[in-house]
Design a protein around this ligand. Sequence first.
Ligand code: UT7
Length: 304
Amino acid sequence: MPERILTNAELEKMVDTTDEWITSRSGISARHIAAVDQTTADMGSIAAQRALEAAQLTPEKIDLIIVATCTPDKLFPSTACLIQARLACKNAAAFDLSAACSGFIYALSVADQYIRAGNAQHILVIGSEVLSRVTDWQDRGTCVLFGDGAGAVVVSATPEPGIIATRLHAMGEHADILSLDNATLTHETCKIKMQGREVFKLAVNNFSDLISDTLIANQIKLSELNWLIPHQANMRIIESLANKLQLPLEQVIITLQEQGNTSAASIPLALDAAVRDGRIKKGQLILMAAFGGGITWGSALIRW
Ligand code: UT7
């Protein structure tokens, strides 16, 4: 996470909003904002370096780098190539993947296919975003929601697959309700546009089916699940999901209060928090689920 923290109190001075509105409607109290010269590749490199250390791997062991982002440093070269050079992952192929807030789950699914096909041994999967640079700071409907950050994992070939299954979905007919046009990030007019209420309804209506379908397809009962890691967009979406599933909130990893919505970075950041504070333990069953622009949504069922 970048160092700078932007609080709701500061936002009250920037747009016509209140801390009460933001926390009650979204659950967000603060978010981190990148420094003016800090980019998606900068944050992604730090997250990837820490993932390599956690996996006890040297950079040359990495066969592939996938960066999920909707705020790449440049249209090309890919942010993945920039990170490859910084980390000296000289044997890795590298590309970016665009699926907005579902990007990390999409990238994880691609990595899983490479591993299962025997085409890679170790893959860096990174979610990194500088949403602050594409936020319209005059639009109170969106600027109170987003934050910056990066998270990363190494996916490795093992005899027992850690990624049990992934499911991906898209409904491009709803492309207009959440979009970022002209994705050249130096472009002053390139800002996120969102019809929040419409996105909210689609998220609430599709999230619980996604999770039930994932569990049924893999013959796993909800009671066997240790943790749910949902995309961190809105506390009310998360609560509605937990309610529908009848899953106690204590089993849901929630970081959005202090981080806001970091799009493709939100799930790996939440995973990182729960692994490092000891909540997630080896052998536990985790379901990750994301929903975002596209519209895209997807899940990953994981044995940690
Ligand atoms: O990450 C990708 C997926 N994204 C999401 O999942 C986001 C989904 N959407 C949401 O999280 C919610 O729709 C929002 C948090 C964006 C908005 O919450 P809402 O309960 O759907 O509010 P709304 O858009 O229906 O707006 C309610 C009222 C409106 O005023 P009127 O028309 O009722 O007079 C808005 O103008 O709240 C007003 N409003 C605000 N008031 C104070 C909108 N933004 C603000 C604000 N402060 N920041």
